[in-house]
Design a protein around this ligand. Sequence first.
Ligand code: FAD
Length: 492
Amino acid sequence: GSADLDCDLLVLGAGPGGYSAAFRAADLGLKVVLVERYATLGGVCLNVGCIPSKALLHVAAVMDEVKHFASLGVSFAEPTVDINKLRTHKEKVVGKLTGGLAAMAKMRKVTTVRGIGQFVGANHLQVDETAGAQGQEKTGKSQTIAFKTCIIAAGSQAVRLPFMPDDPRVVDSTGALALKEVPKRMLILGGGIIGLEMGTVYSTLGARLDVVEMMDGLMQGADRDLVKIWQKMNAPRFDNIMLKTKTVGAKATKAGIEVTFAAAEEGGTAPAPQTYDLVLQAVGRTPNGKKLGAEKAGVSVSDRGFIPVDIQMRTNVPHIFAIGDIVGQPMLAHKAVHEAHVAAEVIAGELQGNKELASAAFNARVIPSVAYTDPEVAWVGLTEDQAKAQGIKVKKGLFPWNASGRAIANGRDEGVTKLLFDDSPEAHGHGKILGGGMVGTHAGDMIGEIALAIEMGADAVDIGKTIHPHPTLGESIGMAAEVAHGSCTDLP
Ligand code: FAD
């Protein structure tokens, strides 16, 4: 059919998956069009996710750190917060990064098209032009783009509970990041990473927190011993931590949002209803797969809106690929970026007859997770709780940071580093590392080393004999390996 624009590769969605795929493909010589409904590139992660949340968490961490300085003999005045300035700072951080992406797209001659994309065939996408930061409005203009190949990187969005009233005091993470004002009482619906990160920011700024979670613990996925340390440090932020509890109703009243709860399990007791100034819905994210007209291109979408792909990120339609949040868990930016590179390389390889590129595949052994709370909780690969549940025999090396010179010097020795090694009979006492977790300041910055060790198939001796600089928090990884290997020195 006729098209207004044509290309080798059309990328739908400009989040970490989409822009990474577009840039890699352009670097490999393809003519690339990148379609995005937002005003800026960067998707959820840069605009309303990873980056703005970390800008605010950094400020919160410094404010909290300063409080504890009094016990070290250095006192500061109570901080005063200019919320408008803080919001502007966050917006500047985001603007710097999204502006940088726009420049990089231009440099690589990636054509960006603004609007909502919908498939109208297996080789055509219609784009309805949008306006507004998040593409809320349509301008009425539209165009059709013809593509040889396509990568769907349309991401996910926050789940909304159907009974939540439409009220400015009920927000999702995007609304919370808008940082309009600091509530007195805030309910976090869902005790996962996103909710707890935003809760940390608001509580440091002065809000009292409640959290409600269906499961029997916060921060699911992380080992309970690590979460326990985070929880002990963070208990003062919360009035109520409601576990094994469902939210079943909510009503907007003059006094606030009145929320009712029920026990998640039969026989459990339900907490009394409570009224909040702000309710943050952080009960998970749902993929955007059902909103793309994918059926017009013949692309299969699951009931839940995920797009199934193979290890080359290919959908059931051979020239259409999908990456990032829309293909499944874990919904993390670094996963999206690696999948993006695979899809772009396979496509370039196939279009250009380059067999090596065309054989690219996503075969990461592990994908790390980080909660950027205070302290941070980070984990990668097998967890101890999983090992127990699956009956996998592991040798554990646990290094408590109260034996780390640097952690003590920092006044933050509550942390722990834990490594797990294969202890099956076949390993003959030299088992490879299967997983690791850390709780403590900067844990997220250090977990990459454990991921590398797993990818390289390192054992406890490899890690323990690797000389880590002293005194650093990262040393705790070498120490934990030595503990597992049974040759722990007592370097302070
Ligand atoms: P997205 O980033 O969701 O991008 C998809 C893009 O597609 C969007 O820009 C959307 O506007 C566009 N789009 C969708 N449909 C259409 C259409 N039909 N037409 C045109 N454009 C369309 N992950 C981490 O790894 N670390 C973190 O610290 C972290 N923090 C987070 C904090 C918050 C508050 C949230 C909400 C998420 C966080 N995440 C974090 C998750 C991370 O943001 C996602 O995993 C990541 O953005 C997924 O990238 P993606 O490319 O798959 O999709």
